[in-house]
Design a protein around this ligand. Structure first.
Ligand SMILES: [Cu+2]
Length: 150
Protein backbone atom coordinates (compact mmCIF):
# COMPACT_ATOMS: atom_id res chain seq x y z
CA UNK A 1 0.00 0.00 0.00
CA UNK A 2 1.24 3.39 -0.92
CA UNK A 3 0.49 6.58 0.84
CA UNK A 4 0.41 9.66 -1.22
CA UNK A 5 1.50 12.71 0.64
CA UNK A 6 0.76 16.09 -0.74
CA UNK A 7 2.93 18.78 0.68
CA UNK A 8 1.30 21.41 -1.36
CA UNK A 9 0.41 24.62 0.34
CA UNK A 10 -2.44 26.61 -1.01
CA UNK A 11 -1.76 30.27 -0.70
CA UNK A 12 -4.54 32.73 -1.23
CA UNK A 13 -3.16 36.20 -1.42
CA UNK A 14 -5.46 38.91 -0.21
CA UNK A 15 -4.14 42.43 0.24
CA UNK A 16 -4.11 42.89 4.00
CA UNK A 17 -5.50 46.39 3.88
CA UNK A 18 -8.55 45.74 1.74
CA UNK A 19 -11.50 43.43 2.22
CA UNK A 20 -13.29 42.89 -1.05
CA UNK A 21 -16.84 41.66 -1.55
CA UNK A 22 -17.61 41.41 2.11
CA UNK A 23 -20.89 42.78 3.41
CA UNK A 24 -19.96 42.20 7.02
CA UNK A 25 -16.70 43.93 7.78
CA UNK A 26 -14.57 43.64 10.89
CA UNK A 27 -12.66 46.82 11.72
CA UNK A 28 -10.20 46.95 14.61
CA UNK A 29 -8.96 49.92 16.57
CA UNK A 30 -6.72 50.00 19.62
CA UNK A 31 -4.63 52.17 21.91
CA UNK A 32 -3.04 53.97 18.98
CA UNK A 33 -4.67 55.97 16.24
CA UNK A 34 -5.20 53.65 13.34
CA UNK A 35 -7.83 51.54 11.69
CA UNK A 36 -7.21 47.95 10.63
CA UNK A 37 -7.78 47.56 7.74
CA UNK A 38 -6.73 51.01 6.60
CA UNK A 39 -8.99 51.00 3.53
CA UNK A 40 -12.27 49.27 2.71
CA UNK A 41 -13.83 48.08 -0.51
CA UNK A 42 -17.34 46.72 -0.91
CA UNK A 43 -19.30 45.46 -3.87
CA UNK A 44 -22.69 47.05 -4.56
CA UNK A 45 -23.69 43.92 -6.47
CA UNK A 46 -22.86 41.60 -3.60
CA UNK A 47 -24.07 43.80 -0.77
CA UNK A 48 -27.33 45.66 -0.38
CA UNK A 49 -26.41 46.43 3.17
CA UNK A 50 -22.98 46.76 4.72
CA UNK A 51 -22.34 46.16 8.40
CA UNK A 52 -19.25 47.51 10.09
CA UNK A 53 -18.32 45.70 13.30
CA UNK A 54 -15.92 47.97 15.15
CA UNK A 55 -13.84 46.43 17.94
CA UNK A 56 -11.42 48.22 20.28
CA UNK A 57 -8.65 45.78 21.11
CA UNK A 58 -6.83 48.17 23.44
CA UNK A 59 -7.20 48.95 27.13
CA UNK A 60 -7.63 52.73 27.33
CA UNK A 61 -11.14 53.96 28.19
CA UNK A 62 -13.31 55.79 25.69
CA UNK A 63 -12.63 59.23 27.22
CA UNK A 64 -8.85 58.77 26.74
CA UNK A 65 -8.49 56.78 23.50
CA UNK A 66 -12.02 56.40 22.26
CA UNK A 67 -12.72 55.72 18.60
CA UNK A 68 -15.71 55.53 16.33
CA UNK A 69 -16.25 54.71 12.67
CA UNK A 70 -17.95 57.43 10.66
CA UNK A 71 -18.66 57.48 6.93
CA UNK A 72 -19.17 60.59 4.82
CA UNK A 73 -18.19 61.83 1.40
CA UNK A 74 -14.47 62.61 1.23
CA UNK A 75 -15.37 66.22 0.56
CA UNK A 76 -17.26 66.48 3.87
CA UNK A 77 -15.08 64.26 6.03
CA UNK A 78 -12.70 66.74 7.66
CA UNK A 79 -15.34 69.38 8.40
CA UNK A 80 -17.74 66.77 9.76
CA UNK A 81 -15.06 65.47 12.14
CA UNK A 82 -13.96 68.91 13.29
CA UNK A 83 -17.52 70.15 13.78
CA UNK A 84 -18.08 67.06 15.93
CA UNK A 85 -15.27 67.80 18.36
CA UNK A 86 -17.30 70.39 20.25
CA UNK A 87 -20.31 68.04 20.48
CA UNK A 88 -18.51 66.09 23.19
CA UNK A 89 -18.19 62.45 24.12
CA UNK A 90 -21.85 62.20 25.17
CA UNK A 91 -22.79 62.97 21.55
CA UNK A 92 -20.16 60.61 20.08
CA UNK A 93 -18.21 63.66 18.88
CA UNK A 94 -20.71 64.28 16.11
CA UNK A 95 -23.02 67.23 15.60
CA UNK A 96 -26.55 66.13 16.40
CA UNK A 97 -28.40 65.06 13.24
CA UNK A 98 -25.49 65.99 10.97
CA UNK A 99 -26.77 65.23 7.43
CA UNK A 100 -23.19 64.77 6.21
CA UNK A 101 -22.88 61.58 8.29
CA UNK A 102 -23.85 58.54 6.19
CA UNK A 103 -23.25 56.04 9.00
CA UNK A 104 -21.57 56.08 12.40
CA UNK A 105 -20.90 53.89 15.41
CA UNK A 106 -20.68 55.04 19.00
CA UNK A 107 -17.34 56.05 20.47
CA UNK A 108 -15.90 52.90 22.07
CA UNK A 109 -13.03 52.27 24.47
CA UNK A 110 -10.79 49.28 25.18
CA UNK A 111 -12.61 45.95 25.16
CA UNK A 112 -15.76 47.46 23.68
CA UNK A 113 -17.43 47.12 20.31
CA UNK A 114 -20.23 48.62 18.27
CA UNK A 115 -21.77 47.94 14.88
CA UNK A 116 -23.51 50.00 12.25
CA UNK A 117 -25.40 48.89 9.15
CA UNK A 118 -26.26 51.06 6.19
CA UNK A 119 -27.72 50.75 2.72
CA UNK A 120 -25.32 50.76 -0.20
CA UNK A 121 -28.14 51.56 -2.60
CA UNK A 122 -28.15 55.12 -1.23
CA UNK A 123 -24.51 55.55 -2.28
CA UNK A 124 -22.76 55.78 -5.63
CA UNK A 125 -20.58 53.13 -7.20
CA UNK A 126 -17.21 54.79 -7.72
CA UNK A 127 -18.16 57.67 -5.41
CA UNK A 128 -15.55 59.33 -3.25
CA UNK A 129 -16.18 58.30 0.37
CA UNK A 130 -14.00 58.38 3.46
CA UNK A 131 -14.38 56.69 6.83
CA UNK A 132 -12.83 58.33 9.87
CA UNK A 133 -12.81 58.65 13.65
CA UNK A 134 -14.38 61.83 15.02
CA UNK A 135 -12.71 61.70 18.46
CA UNK A 136 -10.97 65.03 19.09
CA UNK A 137 -7.70 65.21 17.18
CA UNK A 138 -7.91 61.75 15.59
CA UNK A 139 -9.01 62.72 12.09
CA UNK A 140 -5.54 63.36 10.69
CA UNK A 141 -4.41 59.83 11.56
CA UNK A 142 -7.65 57.90 11.49
CA UNK A 143 -9.14 58.06 8.03
CA UNK A 144 -9.33 55.75 5.05
CA UNK A 145 -10.95 55.37 1.68
CA UNK A 146 -14.28 53.60 1.40
CA UNK A 147 -14.58 52.30 -2.15
CA UNK A 148 -17.75 50.96 -3.72
CA UNK A 149 -17.29 48.76 -6.76
CA UNK A 150 -19.95 47.23 -9.07
CU1 LIG B 1 -10.03 57.60 17.20
Amino acid sequence: MKFLYCGCLLLILIPSNVYADSCNIEVKVGDNMNFVPTALEVSATACKTVTINLTHTGTFPRNAMGHNWVLSTTENAQATAQDGWSAGLENQYLKSGDPRVIASTKIIGGGEGDSVSFNLSDLKVGGDYTFFCSFVGHFAMMQGKFTIIE
